[in-house]
Design a protein around this ligand. Structure first.
Ligand code: GUN
Length: 284
């Protein structure tokens, strides 16, 4: 079997076209969706992510602001800035790029964001809403993975979905979203025993560990759907995921590439959350 590709660039393009239309409609009502991005320090990977987010906003006609602060900013200064953004009517989404420097308490910073502007879906009230199956912002990366499954009309009901990784921003919310669609969900992590035994039972595998070649051909059931959230570098410095793409493509039914898979979808869902937030703002 040769797996069919789920192309994140293509899917993003069609979703972003629809978002552009919705943003234009909103503008006729006098409101431009606005995203505020905050970046602390000079982490090169974060700088790239942040630039891509701001650029994506411009492309769909949103307003965006990028505030960059030196590594030495105090937590109180950062919190004061977020308070201003919470009260700014031009801003419907606030994103603080992680990781933050060690002297800043990330949890305190995230919890200071108005939950109605938490387009990253990291606030405890967004996490609680997801847990309870109530409306709220979903974290963008797992949300993008769900959209990719949706794009192939995949019915998760009764399927065995295996999530590799238990992070707060991908693994845990991913498991909840799959569960909401009535999949039988297993979460695996660094202490999991017999990983291969578990992945071989999976109809869907989501890899979100950050370790290249974690998932190999011998660990995948023929026809399974494989979603690769990993962002790693190979020996030549090229971007690669957690999945041995050439090998796994020989057995999987569907597979997402890196680059051009989950990455662009994460930004697309950030745009979607920001637009949803702006539309709700108009109804408040
Ligand atoms: N750092 C890595 N991924 C993300 C993300 O999705 N949002 C934020 N705020 N920081 C990140």
């Amino acid at each position: 079997m040769t797996a069919q590709l789920i192309n994140g660039n293509e899917l993003s393009k069609s979703i972003r076209a629809a978002l552009t239309q919705r943003a234009a409609t909103l503008k006729t009502k006098g409101l431009t969706p606005g995203l505020a991005v905050i970046m602390v320090g000079e982490n090169p990977a974060s700088q790239v992510y942040v630039r891509n987010k701001v650029k994506a906003c411009e492309e769909v006609g949103f307003f965006s602001s990028l505030d960059t602060y030196p590594q030495t900013i105090s937590e109180n200064e950062l919190l004061a800035h977020i308070r201003l953004l919470n009260g700014d009517p031009k801003i419907h989404g606030i994103l603080v790029q992680l990781p933050l420097p060690n002297h800043i308490n990330s949890t305190r910073v995230i919890e200071s964001i108005d939950p109605l502007k938490d387009v990253d879906g990291f606030h405890i009230s967004s996490a609680g809403a997801l847990l309870k199956g109530m409306p709220g912002f979903w974290p963008c990366t797992p949300y993008g993975c769900m959209k990719m499954l949706d794009s192939i009309d995949y019915d998760l009901k009764g399927k065995h979905a295996v999530v590799l990784g238990r992070s707060d921003i991908v693994g845990k919310p991913m498991a909840l979203m799959l569960l909401e669609q009535k999949a039988t969900v297993t979460i695996c992590h660094s202490s999991t025993l017999n990983l291969k035994e578990i992945t071989l039972q999976a109809d869907v595998i989501v890899c979100a560990v950050g370790k290249r070649n974690l998932l190999t051909k011998d660990m995948v059931k023929p026809g399974a759907v494989v979603i690769d959230v990993g962002m790693n570098r190979d020996d030549q410095g090229r971007l690669c995921g957690d999945v041995d793409f050439p090998g796994v493509s020989e057995v999987a039914g569907f597979i997402t590439p890196v680059p051009g898979g989950v990455g662009p979808m994460t930004i697309t869902m950030l745009l979607q959350n920001t637009l949803d937030s702006a539309e709700k703002y108009l109804c408040r």
